[in-house]
Design a binder for this molecule. Structure first.
Ligand code: NAP
Length: 244
């Protein structure tokens, strides 16, 4: 029977590329999104027209009720979630002194509590099956810290701590928990960076290019595969050597 992957934030960017890849490889895919309904439907259309099986689901990952409804939907349609890709995220460039409490809380609600919500929600099915793959999308800034992105860097560092701790707890249940830490990837998240900044970032990258969503999707897919069955608690950098 086909496995099911729930990919959060799959309407655009890295999540979209992951959804298309999992769909092409025969997974049932739940394409989660927060507001881009049309884009999520397009992703499903790409997967379904190629013979795969994908359904969109709108849920703000910071809202536990909405997340539980998404898990129930996945169970009803596909029998439960075998692979969870916690990809949904927001980013913001702002001086530390200008981060209001509201901005701080929103960053942690989406980028950290969203991971907690989705993971806890799908876990009973994985524990019952003694099988599961959880892949969390962190960031290289969660490893090194980024100036003017303190709340984002702190949230992404939290995701790495979460990954390590949960990997230890869930190992005996046959569930692996890993993270990927992308570098600079060409998505709308970097839309605020001007051409000059992107050129500098490219120059600072040993592999001399900006990453693609597909670069990250391939690493996520590998961590979900049987080939990665003895890897857990790891953070895989996908950054072209930007941070080594
Ligand atoms: P993106 O193009 O901005 O797409 C973000 C995705 O997350 C969209 O599908 C969006 O849905 C969804 N999303 C945002 N808030 C959500 C919420 N509260 N609930 C559910 N879904 C939500 O971003 P991306 O660049 O692909 O980033 C994906 C992940 O990679 C993020 O965790 C990001 O921090 C991480 N990352 C990105 C880079 C990079 O350079 N791009 C580098 C390192 C790490 P809607 O379309 O409905 O808004």
């Amino acid at each position: 029977m086909a496995k099911t992957a729930l990919i959060t934030g799959a309407s655009r960017g890295i999540g979209r590329a992951a959804a298309v890849l999992f769909g092409a490889k025969g997974y049932n895919v739940i394409v989660n999104y927060a507001s881009s309904a049309k884009k999520a439907e397009e992703v499903c259309e790409i997967i379904n027209s190629a013979g795969g099986s994908a359904l969109p689901f709108c849920a703000d990952v910071s809202d536990r009720g909405a997340v539980n409804a998404m898990t129930a939907f996945a169970e009803e349609k596909f029998g439960g979630v075998d692979v969870l890709v916690n990809n949904a995220g927001i980013a913001e460039q702002i001086m530390f002194c200008d981060i209001t409490e509201e901005k701080w809380d929103r960053m942690f609600d989406v980028d950290v509590k969203g991971v907690y919500n989705c993971t806890q929600s799908v876990l009973p099915h994985m524990v019952h099956n003694k099988f599961g793959r959880i892949i969390n999308v962190s960031s290289m800034w969660g490893i090194t810290g980024a100036s003017c992105e303190v709340h984002y860097s702190a949230a992404k560092a939290a995701v790495i701590g979460f990954t390590k701790a949960l990997a230890k707890e869930l190992g005996p249940s046959g569930i692996t928990v890993n993270a990927v830490a992308p570098g600079v990837i060409a998505t709308e998240m970097n839309g605020m960076l001007d051409e000059e900044t992107m050129a500098v970032l490219k120059e600072e990258t040993p592999l001399e290019r900006i990453g693609t969503p597909e670069d990250v999707a391939e690493a996520v897919f590998f961590l979900a595969s049987d080939k990665a069955s003895f890897i857990t608690g790891e953070t895989v950098s996908v950054n072209g050597g930007f941070v080594i």
